[in-house]
Design a protein around this ligand. Structure first.
Ligand code: EPZ
Length: 417
């Protein structure tokens, strides 16, 4: 039986905990190693299964990487393969991030189309349309995207919707294109800006990352550099919600508060008191939270990656809340499990109506996707009795030793292999 977490709820969390490096910054930054034959020295790389999957994929493409704690040295002196096979891409959709760099560096790529995943179909049509506008020949063959290009040409690209990895893929391809590329309707996530910082340190000429309009002036080659991955705002947000739901007193350090404004504003609306420092956030929750409505939207709006976790808090808040998920078509997998724990939640399409109950009852529950798992852990921390969260491999994709961090804050939580 796969590993599971056993949580004895009811302990207010207390103490200080550091956020790890951001998964969703580390993945594109690692893929960017394909853009140069020189080494990248990366710091604050989180020890996550998704990072291991990306390193395994890059290894197949010709990368040599060494790892020492949260430091990674990676170099792709020669691209030895341009294929990202289905068995890797199907375990991690972010594998598509090698498409842009392979096209730019190597002129060809064969990347399995990411199948759907628990939270939705998640096509990559915006990525492919952008590459085509830059002169790439794109075809779909036996479930693979087959892409070829001479030197890519700068183009004016306007994506039909905001896509984080789409923006990152196109930005990496444009960095080595001939001429200037403009990406309109770009994703403004901090992880996009972090990737641009890395690329500029490698010699790229990118302006406007972090805004909806990014301008990339192509250069002929990029070099190596050192870079520190930004803190994980979603892990930090998850730890803050864990503090709030257990009515504890927790300080999360090594964070960028600016990356969490929408989450902090929502905690404020729920009546959860907190203080903010230069690189730390402290939640001191003394009473039951109030209900507040939530609508997810691209950064700087309320992040979809925090929707499940905030719903766990709202499930025991005082009042009724409407939670609307606008980014993914099926990101309510946690609802049925929270209901098993006694929550009173009904979903109508992309909206969930949450009627706060006094407390969750500890129950055996099943994780389904990364953030749903986190929501079940958060609910278990506040539940009366014992909660067992099965299939924690979902959690291990995006959280570095979450149970260790929570136990250090006083939670009664343990992993059962
Ligand atoms: C990134 O996924 C994150 N992953 C996700 O985090 C996050 O939930 C998501 O952005 C939204 O913020 C990484 O950064 C590795 P999108 P991504 O392209 O880039 C549709 C987590 O929990 N779309 O912004 O794959 C798509 O189906 C993960 O850490 C198209 O239709 O998401 C989705 O509904 C989960 N066509 C919406 O847009 C496209 O070409 C947003 O997708 C691309 C996307």
């Amino acid at each position: 039986m796969p590993a599971r977490l056993e949580i004895e709820g009811g302990v207010p969390l207390r103490g200080t905990v550091a956020a790890s490096g951001a998964k969703n910054a580390a993945l594109p930054v690692l893929a960017a190693a394909l853009l140069t034959s020189e080494p990248l020295g990366l710091a604050n790389v989180p020890a996550l299964n998704d990072v291991r999957t990306m390193l395994a994929l890059l290894d197949r493409l010709g990368a040599r990487a060494t790892r020492d704690e949260s430091r990674v040295q990676i170099q792709v002196e020669h691209v030895k393969s341009d294929r990202a096979p289905y068995e890797l891409v199907s375990t991690m959709r972010a594998s598509v991030l090698v498409l842009g760099p392979l096209l730019a560096r190597h002129g060809s790529a064969r990347v399995a189309l990411p199948g759907g995943c628990a939270i939705g179909v998640r096509p990559i049509d915006q990525h492919l349309k952008g590459f085509a506008r830059m002169g790439a020949e794109i075809s779909i063959e036996n479930g693979d995207v087959v892409a070829r290009a001479g030197r890519l040409k700068g183009a004016k690209i306007s994506t039909d919707l905001v896509t984080v990895t789409g923006t990152e893929n196109l930005m990496m391809a444009a960095a080595l294109a001939e001429g200037t590329t403009v990406i309109e309707n770009a994703a403004r996530e901090p992880e996009v800006a972090d990737l641009a910082d890395l690329l500029n340190a490698m010699g790229a000429r990118i302006r406007g990352a972090g805004t909806a309009r990014i301008e990339i002036e192509g250069v002929t080659e990029l070099g190596g550099t050192n870079h520190r991955i930004i803190p994980d705002r979603v892990e930090a947000g998850t730890l803050l919600v864990a503090a709030a739901i257990t009515q504890g007193d927790v300080t999360v350090t090594d964070v960028v508060p600016d990356h969490l404004w929408a989450v902090l504003a929502k905690l404020e609306e729920c009546g959860v008191p907190h203080e903010v420092g230069a690189s730390w956030i402290r939640v001191r929750a003394a009473e039951r939270p109030r209900a507040a409505d939530v609508i997810t939207s691209p950064f700087p709006g309320f992040p979809t990656d925090m929707q499940a976790q905030i719903m766990a808090l709202l499930g025991v808040a005082d009042g009724h809340a409407r939670v609307t998920e606008t980014i993914f078509e099926n990101r309510f997998m946690h609802v049925a499990e929270l209901v098993r724990m006694g929550a009173c939640i009904e979903t109508e399409g992309s909206t969930a109506i949450v009627r706060g109950v006094d407390a969750y009852q500890g129950s055996p529950v099943m994780a389904s996707d990364l953030r749903a798992s986190a929501a079940l852990v958060v609910a278990g921390l506040a539940a009366r009795g014992t909660t067992e969260v099965a299939r924690v491999y979902h959690l291990d994709r995006g959280y570095e030793r979450l149970e260790t961090k929570l136990a250090a804050l006083g939670a009664r939580i343990r992993r059962i292999e």
